[in-house]
Design a protein around this ligand. Structure first.
Ligand SMILES: CC(C)(COP(=O)(O)OP(=O)(O)OC[C@H]1O[C@@H](n2cnc3c(N)ncnc32)[C@H](O)[C@@H]1OP(=O)(O)O)[C@@H](O)C(=O)NCCC(=O)NCCS
Length: 143
């Protein structure tokens, strides 16, 4: 049974390890701790039987939910964990006043693009060379 909850200070080490393993420009441990503590962010973790298996975070900027990152530990992928994290994050973002969500994803990150498309995001702009020569796709979703 997967449980989604707000990230706590003590979850930062897991998030940092996952960022370092799976994300292009990983945040530092300090940045992660700051983000978890801030009021205008929604920072969630997924856990199963007490083991952390994924996380997602966004920042609320006025009426927009800016998705920072989302990742799921490899052995738990394709089980709906990221979808559950996104759904809960969007629901909390809405309660904080967001009316839309936006994110940037590398053009060759097929799993992430498919995830976002499956949850209602559409590509609205291409940022040429945003990821060290690879294009970034800006995707948005209206709530
Ligand atoms: C992208 C990522 C978060 C998806 O996590 P996940 O828990 O496996 O995603 P879900 O199980 O919720 O998948 C939901 C849907 O997304 C799509 N999807 C997810 N992974 C996919 C893949 N590898 N290939 C094709 N479609 C995929 C499918 O439509 C899937 O539904 P389905 O399994 O019923 O077909 C995960 O692959 C990951 O951590 N990647 C590394 C970090 C990363 O790239 N983060 C995004 C940065 S922008």
């Amino acid at each position: 049974m997967i449980n989604i909850r707000r990230a706590e200070h003590t979850d930062a080490d897991y998030v940092f390890a996952a960022e370092t393993a799976y994300i292009d420009c990983p945040w530092t441990l300090e940045q992660i701790r700051d983000e978890i503590a801030r009021d205008n962010t929604v920072f969630l973790v997924a856990e199963e039987h007490g083991e952390l298996i994924g996380y997602a975070s966004c920042e609320i900027v006025v009426d927009c939910c800016d998705v920072n990152n989302i990742a799921v530990s490899e052995k738990y992928r394709r089980q709906g964990v990221a979808s559950a994290l996104l759904t809960e994050m969007e629901s909390r973002a809405k309660r904080l006043g967001a009316t839309e969500s936006t994110l940037t994803v590398r053009e060759d990150n097929t799993p992430a693009i498919k995830l976002y498309e499956a949850t209602g995001y559409v590509t609205v702009h291409i940022r040429r060379g945003y990821y060290k020569g690879k294009n970034g796709m800006i995707m948005t979703k209206k709530f």
